[in-house]
Design a protein around this ligand. Structure first.
Ligand code: BLA
Length: 243
């Protein structure tokens, strides 16, 4: 279901000078024969970014996912670009989150980088639901104007494809406009905060159980630690997380 969006995303990355990077074969693609599902990932080298990852999970009627995170170079304190789109076909449930994920919750920083999302919320009111988060803390790595929609088939079929490119283009514009301006956060702190983002994701992301049920615990642990959230590796020696 999210293939047209995946294509738009990959095309947009290429347009901005992206070049594909190598991912070990077993992490790049994994097939669960038992559950008739495939997960594929892409890693991009994009000017201005130190890492841009994209993941597509196709589990047919059960589940469709498109997930992507862009990490700017450390000398930019810009928010991360975050997309998490899920479609649960059996109960026709859409969970869609698109956000400029801030490194800090300082008001000046949020106004400088994330305010444009407020305009998208006005254009797409279905994405401005004040949602209760069950796993994450909305005040950590989420902007006050994150685009969040829990919906049904109408939102999945129409709204997502309407908001997707305006959101992506708003992110590119913010990034390009802010490149010339100096960062509010030091390079060392950006590095530390991006690593903490990965650490937080590894701990809290509700994808853990889901991946394990499709692709097994061993593969899922490796995928989470080495591909989705590699910055959490080595952050501290006592990274004892029960996956
Ligand atoms: C929720 N994300 C979820 C859920 C799942 C995933 C299973 C719970 C669905 C529900 O609430 O009904 C799945 N997350 C994934 C998958 C990947 C992943 C498959 O990282 C990896 C391929 N999550 C992100 C990013 C954002 C994000 C970048 O990965 C921000 C844009 C947000 N996902 C996000 C939020 C929720 C969510 C806010 C709701 C969580 C909550 O209720 O606390």
């Amino acid at each position: 279901m999210f293939d047209p969006l995946l294509e738009q995303l990959n095309k947009s990355i290429l347009l901005h000078g992206g070049r594909p990077l190598y991912i070990p074969d077993d992490l790049q693609k994994c097939i669960s024969k038992k559950r008739n599902s495939t997960i594929k990932s892409w890693l991009w080298n994009v000017p201005g970014f130190r890492r841009w990852r994209v993941t597509r999970l196709d589990a047919g009627m059960n589940l469709q996912v498109l997930n992507s995170v862009a990490y700017p170079d450390y000398h930019y304190d810009h928010p991360l670009m975050g997309i998490d789109l899920l479609w649960f076909g059996k109960n026709e449930k859409l969970v869609a989150i698109l956000d400029f994920q801030p490194l800090i919750q300082d008001q000046k920083y949020l106004n400088r980088y994330c305010l444009v999302l407020k305009e998208l919320r006005i254009r797409f009111p279905q994405f401005s639901n004040e949602e209760l988060m069950r796993s994450f803390d909305p005040h950590q790595y989420f902007s006050p104007w994150l685009l969040f929609c829990r919906g049904g088939s109408e939102q999945a079929e129409n709204l997502i494809s309407e908001i997707f490119l305006p959101f992506l283009n708003a992110y590119w514009s913010m990034h390009n406009d802010q490149i010339a301006n100096s960062s509010q956060i030091s390079i060392d702190d950006v590095q530390r905060l991006q690593a903490a983002y990965d650490h937080y994701g590894l701990e809290k992301d509700p994808a853990h159980g889901l991946f394990a049920s499709y692709f097994g615990r061993e593969w899922s642990n490796r995928f989470l630690r080495e591909f989705l959230f590699p910055g959490s590796l080595g952050k501290s020696d006592d990274l004892s997380i029960n996956l």
